[in-house]
Design a protein around this ligand. Structure first.
Ligand code: GLN
Length: 483
């Protein structure tokens, strides 16, 4: 059974051609074979999965058509799943079992999806390679010496290696698009507020989004339609109507105006990635799209801006891990303050501590205006760049990451070089707009490259229309997986 199409699985289960239990057994068998090599999952409970699949089979027999009937989904370990361990890949939440599920997870399950397991990520989603996970590093299924990207690397690999048909990840600054690009799957960062953040463990609240992964635009649209929309439990979720994204896909793209931001094609762009992206731009031209040169002049400040705002908000959000109410508590402390400091010192990893220190510094009295206040004003300039560009074009095309997947260990000792891999992605987070990574080629070494498609706030449908037309016209022939 092929797990690469959520549509086919749902059609088969709804029509009774095969059962959700059979689908779940196939996914579990694939996980058993491939996951010891790529290490995408941190928690899989086969008994619970099969019981849940049996429940979906009963519902499919009794009632109406379920939009995600029996579809196996991997869920990033920073999204709460009721009664299923959720650690954020941090020692401080080692044994945390949430009493509730994230709204995105709950909506998916109501639609018949089966959570197949929890996917590895960088600790509290801070990182670009999963090397900051307290548990393991996820490997790239196209080259086992390389990273899968991050922070949602486990989610991307679960889909890329055929262990789940769909996955949920999260984005604060590129964590869905970058691993999607490294692993040749589709990954969407939706408009801020498009999907409820309820139950997504907070990193930087003004940036955090839940983001879906899939192997094709139809499946991605299906998943987004199910999980998007207003949620009374998240005051930042938007009341904007949810479109039928999968239904948008037959619309023509001829005449669409596509902006090419010149700042995304500077000297830091790897030549092999550049060649593939430039070919993708020519391909878009042959579909009748009009390519327009545009400028996003404040792009060069985006990394500095993001790496003030995200740590500042993280330092505040992570104050809740006090070892009192839940999570890890260091034993044998003499008093309360020693209990706090010992628990937090051994519960958090190095990168999380670095962010807490940077963020606390940036927010401290006397520095707040110089750092955080200023960063917020730069954020407005970056947003205005996009507003101006979208006055001229319907969407933007750009690379996702300046390089293909890098080697495990190559950047982990050098936080700055790790941060720089986010140069083309953090801008969409800072400005709140939707952006997709669409697989568009492989380097001569066989490493995947994603094309980034960005649109106006709440214009996900434009992205889907382009992605569907492009992938229909230019199907990829991927090299074989190494698992
Ligand atoms: N690499 C970015 C960071 O480390 C992205 C994180 C994210 O999007 N969750 O902050």
């Amino acid at each position: 059974m092929d797990l690469s199409s959520a549509w086919q699985i749902r059609e088969g289960v709804n029509a009774g051609r095969f059962s959700a239990v059979e689908v779940a057994r196939t996914a579990l068998a694939r996980i058993e074979a491939a996951d010891p090599v790529v290490r995408a999952f941190v928690t899989v409970e086969p008994e619970g999965v099969l019981a849940r699949a049996a429940e979906v089979d009963r519902q499919a027999r009794d009632s109406a058509v379920l939009p995600l009937a029996g579809v196996p989904v991997a869920v990033k370990d920073n999204l709460c799943t009721r009664d299923l361990r959720t650690t954020c890949c941090s020692r401080i939440l080692q044994n945390f079992i949430p009493p509730y599920s994230a709204t995105a997870v709950e909506r998916m399950e109501r639609a018949g999806a089966v959570v197949i397991g929890k996917a590895n990520c960088d600790e509290f989603a801070m990182g670009s390679s999963t090397e900051n996970s307290a548990w393991q590093t996820t490997l790239n299924p196209y080259d086992l010496s390389r990273v899968a990207g991050g922070s949602s690397g486990g989610s991307a690999v679960a889909v890329a290696a055929g262990m789940a048909a769909l996955a949920l990840g999260s984005e604060t600054g590129g964590s869905v698009r970058q691993p999607a690009s490294f692993c040749s799957v589709l990954g969407l960062k939706p408009t801020y507020g498009r999907i409820s953040r309820y139950g997504l463990v907070a990193f930087a609240s003004s940036l955090d989004c839940v983001g879906p992964f899939a192997t094709n635009p139809g499946d991605l649209g299906l998943l987004l339609s199910v999980i998007a929309g207003h949620d009374p439990k998240d005051a930042t979720s938007a009341p904007a109507p949810v479109q039928d994204y999968a239904g948008e896909m037959d619309c023509p793209v001829a005449g669409m105006r596509l902006g090419i931001p010149r700042e995304y094609f500077g000297s830091g762009l790897d030549p092999a990635v550049r060649a593939i992206i430039e070919e993708a731009l020519r391909n878009a031209g042959t579909l009748g799209c009009e390519l327009v040169d545009v400028s996003l002049p404040h792009t060069e400040y985006a990394i500095a801006d993001y790496y003030i705002i995200a740590p500042a908000e993280a330092s505040s959000n992570l104050a809740r891990y006090d070892a009192v109410r839940y999570g890890f508590r260091a034993p044998h402390a003499a008093d309360l303050s020693e209990m706090y400091s010992r628990s937090r010192s051994s519960g958090f990893g190095a990168e999380v501590k670095r962010r807490i220190m940077i963020g606390t510094y940036a927010l401290s009295s006397g520095y707040y205006e110089a750092y955080y206040g200023r960063a917020m004003r730069v954020r407005t300039l970056i947003k205005q760049d996009f507003d101006a560009a979208f006055g001229l074009v319907d969407a933007l095309l750009a690379p996702v990451s300046p390089t293909p997947a890098f080697k495990v260990g190559e950047r982990i000792q050098d936080p700055l070089s790790m941060y720089l891999s986010d140069i083309y992605t953090v801008t969409a987070n800072l400005s709140g707009i939707p952006a997709l990574s669409l697989p568009c080629g492989f380097t001569p070494e066989g490493l995947p490259v994603g094309l980034q498609v960005l649109a106006k706030r709440f214009e996900e449908a434009t992205i889907f229309r382009f992605a569907a037309a492009y992938s229909r016209a230019f199907p990829l022939a991927p090299p074989p997986l190494k698992v």
